[in-house]
Write a protein that binds this ligand. Structure first.
Ligand SMILES: C[S@@+](CC[C@H](N)C(=O)[O-])C[C@H]1O[C@@H](n2cnc3c(N)ncnc32)[C@H](O)[C@@H]1O
Length: 319
């Protein structure tokens, strides 16, 4: 069973590809193969239902969302559904409209849904570019976006669209990488290189260098660099940029909270998680690496770590 089709803006039309509504003028602007041809690999590497259920649960409670309400939710940049399946679990009376620019990831999402009979009639997928004003204004009660805004060429334009489609009184829950914490992580990777470059497994060293470069490439939103358009992960967000963007759009900036439940091991946990995501979880790691990370974890107070978190839950509201 499908959800009732939504009203779209006058100049927009869609065609059905299986169960996914695809923008008739769709093009894969601003994304690389990892989300398109290589969607299955991306899905296998980054699907983590428990992690996302925890994060979405945190965000809906911070935002004061009533878990029993019959909400119409828009999930932006759903990919293969991490936040979508978290939302349908945590908000049992909600329906979720999943958006992504990748038809392949949305096909994986609806494929999973088809094997979960309790989710019949609760998820509908729309493939389009979030930079496009697509849905009628005031369509949704809540917007959720897991790691999506930092993929946009123009985060403000994309967020402005999501805000238009949200009804007054609704909230926007985002999970995004943060710039101040990015500087600390870059310093940590440089420190690991200083300690280990000539002793550790070359795969670890190449990984530390790559992550360091990745951070450097993304500092300074909205300053577009010559390489920005070629990156999937384009930005890290400074709190002032987020505040100013919210205010430009007419949204209220409510708060940023750290994503990690474990502030005690926030830096070692972050490095461990990037190793796992890069498929390097089994590469032998020297004790010295964990000693360096433990120094950062022990040397920075819990209060300061909240400000230095490299990823945050961001809560915005539409007055
Ligand atoms: C890091 S993934 C996050 C996926 C999912 N939210 C999750 O947490 O697993 C970013 C997603 O943004 C999508 N994306 C990138 N640019 C987009 C755009 N302009 N409009 C809509 N989706 C986009 C990608 O295809 C990808 O699925």
């Amino acid at each position: 069973m499908n959800l009732p089709p939504l009203t779209l803006k006058k100049n927009i039309s869609t065609r059905l590809d299986g169960r996914v509504h695809v923008d008739s003028k769709w093009s894969a602007a601003g994304v690389t193969q990892q989300f398109l041809e290589n969607a299955e690999t991306y899905h296998a590497r980054y699907t983590d239902n428990d992690h996302w259920k925890y994060l979405v649960g945190q965000a809906i409670d911070l935002a004061g969302v009533n878990r029993q309400a019959a909400l119409r939710i828009l999930d932006i940049g759903s990919g293969s559904g991490n936040t979508v399946f978290a939302a349908t679990d945590l908000l049992p009376n909600a329906v979720v409209y999943a958006n992504d620019i990748s038809p392949q990831l949305l096909q994986i999402l609806v494929g999973i849904q088809e094997h979960l009979p309790h989710l019949e009639g609760r998820i509908e997928a729309y493939c389009f570019d979030l930079h496009k004003d697509f849905f009628a204004d005031d369509t949704f009660d809540l917007v959720i976006g897991g790691s999506i805004l930092h993929h946009m060429f123009d985060p403000e334009a994309a967020l402005k669209n999501a805000a238009r489609w949200l009804r007054s009184g609704g909230k926007i829950l985002l999970f995004e990488p943060l710039e101040i914490g990015g500087h600390i992580m870059a310093a940590i990777y440089l420190s690991l290189l200083a300690e280990l470059e000539f002793d550790a497994d070359p795969r670890l060293i190449a990984h530390f260098k790559a992550i360091g470069h990745d951070y450097e490439a993304r500092f300074g939103v909205p300053r577009v660099k010559p390489w920005t358009s070629g990156l999937d992960d384009k930005w890290l967000f400074h709190p002032n940029y987020l505040r100013e963007m919210a205010s430009n759009i007419g949204l209220t900036f409510e708060q940023i909270a750290p994503i990690s439940p474990d502030l005690a091991h926030i830096f070692s946990g972050s490095v461990r998680s990037t190793l796992n995501c890069a498929g390097l979880g089994d590469v032998p790691t020297p004790d010295k690496m964990w000693e360096v990370l433990a120094m950062f974890d022990a040397g920075i107070s819990a209060d300061l770590k909240k400000r230095l978190t490299s990823e945050g839950i961001i809560i915005l509201a539409k007055p």
